[in-house]
Design a protein around this ligand. Structure first.
Ligand code: XIL
Length: 315
């Protein structure tokens, strides 16, 4: 039987990936087997974030991040590095440090040198900047924006390119699946970065979606970024529903997954799809969105859901 990763590879050399986490990977053999066999790309769900890597200034915890890199190597998987510059999941020494713009620039440089330097050669693509936008398309007022202004973005990409010139460098965000104010803001920024010669190679469309609400302009939106000469990846796909799950919601979810995969497959520069977790039980959704859940391809007992079969058929 073909796996999802085989089918994606046969379909234009694409990857089909999953976000994985250290804990089930090391103590749950069913989880580990599915992670190894069905997926050709992995993203650290949390282990590569700043608060995980450097909880105290200058004291790094590499073991969990390294272990996922090793897992990917042994299973011939690419790694999407997630993420270098973000406003969230920062250690409190940084978030509450009251640093000046000049200090933040050097902290950012040091972080990119240390992290992207350590993993140089191991990372297929970095999410260099994550979630830079507000819903209206303006820039999010993060510590980076406050301290360094909008140039923090170009600066981060230039630094990442200097440190790991072979990694594909992405900007990544959510609620940019369809054509809307936020994706327009991103589009304008990307055009501007390309004009300035900033080394940016891809747009990551997170795709944390809701059952029955896949935007109708998804494919058109992917296409306009591809037309700028960029790769596009679906980086964090999940499609949640109001609990409890019913057969009809699970069927709608299968149709929604099929629609997302087809939107990607219709654009040659859409080079892969990553789902944000393997099974419903271990998804971030129930912990994050009150009353919602069941967003992934496997249920909590690792049974394949209708959405799994829909993806299989679409690929
Ligand atoms: C989420 C993880 O899944 C959770 O375990 C964690 O508690 C919070 O972050 N956008 C991103 C991801 O870029 O890093 C987030 O991951 C989900 C939203």
């Amino acid at each position: 039987e073909d796996t999802l990763r085989d089918l994606a590879a046969q379909n234009g050399g694409r990857h089909f990936g999953a976000a994985i986490t250290y804990n089930p990977l090391n103590n749950d053999s069913q989880y580990r087997d599915i992670a190894a066999t069905q997926f050709s790309a992995v993203t650290h769900e949390n282990e590569m974030k700043w608060e995980s890597l450097e909880p105290q200034r200058g004291q790094y915890n590499w073991s969990q991040a390294d272990s996922i890199i090793d897992f990917a190597k042994s299973n011939n998987q690419i790694v999407r590095g997630h993420t270098l510059v973000w406003h969230s999941q920062l250690p409190s020494w940084l978030n509450n440090g009251g640093f000046s713009g000049t200090q933040l620039r050097s902290i950012m440089d040091n972080h990119i040198e240390t992290v992207a330097g350590r993993y140089r050669g191991d990372i297929y693509a970095w999410d260099v900047v994550n979630e830079a936008f507000n819903e209206d398309g303006s820039f999010r007022n993060s510590i980076w924006y406050q301290g360094m202004g909008v140039d923090y973005i170009a600066h981060a990409f230039r630094k990442a390119h200097e440190v790991d010139p072979n990694a594909k460098l992405y900007i990544n965000d959510y609620n940019i699946e369809g054509i809307n104010s936020k994706s327009n803001g991103l589009y304008d920024l990307v055009v501007d970065l390309l004009d300035q010669g900033v080394p940016i190679h891809g747009v990551g469309i997170q795709s944390h979606l809701i059952v029955g609400q896949v935007p109708s302009t998804f494919q058109q939106n992917i296409q306009r970024f591809a037309d700028l000469g960029l790769d596009v990846a679906i980086t964090e796909l999940d499609i949640r529903m109001q609990m409890p799950a019913t057969d009809s919601k699970l069927q709608q979810q299968a149709n929604d997954y099929r629609a997302v995969v087809n939107a990607c497959l219709a654009v040659s520069r859409c080079i892969g799809v990553t789902v944000w977790g393997i099974d419903d039980e271990r998804s971030w959704v129930p912990y994050t969105f009150d009353g919602e859940g069941a967003p992934l391809l496997y249920d909590g007992q690792y049974n394949r859901k209708p959405a799994w079969y829909a993806v299989y058929e679409a690929l």
